[in-house]
Design a protein around this ligand. Structure first.
Ligand code: GTP
Ligand code: MG
Length: 393
């Protein structure tokens, strides 16, 4: 089910009632009544404190929660206009963001930002750092930069960051972080370039945004936001669907933008907004036992695909082997897009195995020290990129 617009009647009415805006901040939600009040309060005070002369609008884009999520936003925000509704289309974060982008365009806003509704560490400054560089015209797209515990953000660390960096040549450390700032022009592009009947309606949305910004030649900066504390997920338990949605979208976009990455051999940094201060993130527990069991179980289900794509059984799953595995799967998916999802599903247990190896390697390291391992892995993706070119030659 893909609709022509993700706006519901209340959102259409809101756009008509409010008319125009300079900035829009959107909050996607689904059953977040317990946490969204804090987020909405931080957003409102960030807008009032940081941009008092601009006309700002907050968009609450909900997935039909039955816990009063939307009402919490309406009750919390008193001094900034709010558009609140239930987006149309496939249920998922991406559809929620699509409605926010449509509101941004519909109101003619110069800049927009989105922040997740399960954030506990958000402050008013977050909104200012995400929007400020776009509003002053120096940047088109802002990604977040935060201290995350070494066991948090495993999809980011093992694939979204290193592969995006190696392909497009920009070191965007949190390409799927959840919090973003963007120009009005990019908001239009995110909507127009997306297939809203697929993964980007769900958790593929973040990588769709970042990749679209990269291939559009957008000027990108990273906003330092301190620690990201949200409702975390155990990397062994419920990350498989999210991995599939993110990585299938990454592979799809890589296939369609080969001309953009084929000749890229190095990477450059993206400027950082705000001073990077040391912060100690909340501990995220992870069980390597569960991860290893899922990895082992995967060989029964996906062994035939592993043999076909890799030609041999994966071994130690160190950084370099992992990079080569990812490129082998990416090449196979680019050659045969109809099998993309099937291939990405077969990659999931190998990702679990890679995460288990990373957790062991980082066992005696602090979160700051383990960052070194993430950087080494990203360097391995750059060094092994030739194997992708060869496979697709
Ligand atoms: N409208 C809507 N929003 C959703 C849906 N699923 C997630 N969201 C929102 O998307 C944001 C991110 O979702 P989370 O579940 O926190 O995912 P995440 O933080 O990216 O992932 P982890 O790092 O694995 O915790 C939150 O604001 C959610 O409320 C959905 O089905 N519909
Ligand atoms: Mg979250």
């Amino acid at each position: 089910m893909s609709t022509a617009s993700a706006l519901d009647e209340r959102m259409h009415d809101g756009i008509r009632r409010i008319g125009t805006a300079d900035v829009v901040v959107g909050i996607p939600s689904f059953r977040n009544a317990a946490t969204i009040g804090h987020v909405a309060r931080a957003v409102a005070s960030g807008l009032l404190g940081g941009f008092p002369h601009l006309k700002a609008v907050i968009v609450s884009s909900d997935g039909g929660s039955d816990d009063g999520t939307t009402q919490v936003v309406l009750d919390t925000v008193r001094d900034v206009p709010v558009i609140a509704g239930s987006y149309r289309g496939l249920p998922g974060k991406g559809s929620a963001l699509r409605a926010i982008f449509e509101c941004t365009s519909g109101l003619g806003a110069r800049a927009g930002a989105v922040v997740d509704s399960d954030l506990r560490s958000i402050t008013p400054q977050w909104v200012q750092r995400l929007l400020g560089p776009v509003l002053d015209g120096t940047v088109d797209y802002v990604t977040p930069l935060y201290a995350r515990h070494k066991h948090d953000g495993t999809i980011t660390n093992t694939i979204a960051y290193p592969l995006t960096r190696a392909l497009y040549g920009v070191r965007v450390r949190q390409p799927i972080g959840g919090e973003f700032g963007f120009s009005g022009e990019l908001a239009r592009r995110f909507v127009e370039s997306g297939d809203w009947s697929g993964h980007i309606a769900r958790f593929g949305i973040d990588i769709h945004m970042t990749t679209t910004a990269l291939v559009s030649g957008a000027r990108i900066a990273q906003a330092f936001l301190g620690a990201k504390i949200h409702d975390p997920k155990d990397p062994g338990s419920d990350l498989a669907p999210m991995f599939t949605q993110v990585v299938a979208t990454l592979f799809d976009l890589a296939g369609r933008n080969a001309a953009r990455w084929r000749d890229v051999t190095r990477s450059r940094g993206a400027p950082v907004v705000g001073d990077v201060e040391p912060v100690e993130p909340e501990v995220v527990n992870a069980s390597t036992g569960t991860l290893r069991a899922k990895h082992a179980a995967g060989s029964d289900e996906h062994g035939a695909v592993w043999d076909e794509v890799l030609g041999r059984a994966p071994d130690a799953l160190d950084a370099r082997e992992w990079a080569r595995i990812v490129y082998a799967f990416l090449a196979a998916a680019v050659r045969d897009p109809a099998r993309r999802d099937r291939l990405v599903q077969a990659l999931v247990p190998l990702y679990f195995g890679r995460v288990a190896r990373f957790i062991d390697d980082a066992a005696d390291l602090s979160t700051t020290e383990s960052e070194r391992l993430v950087e080494d892995q990203a360097a391995a993706f750059e060094e092994e990129k030739g194997s992708l070119r060869e496979r697709l030659a």
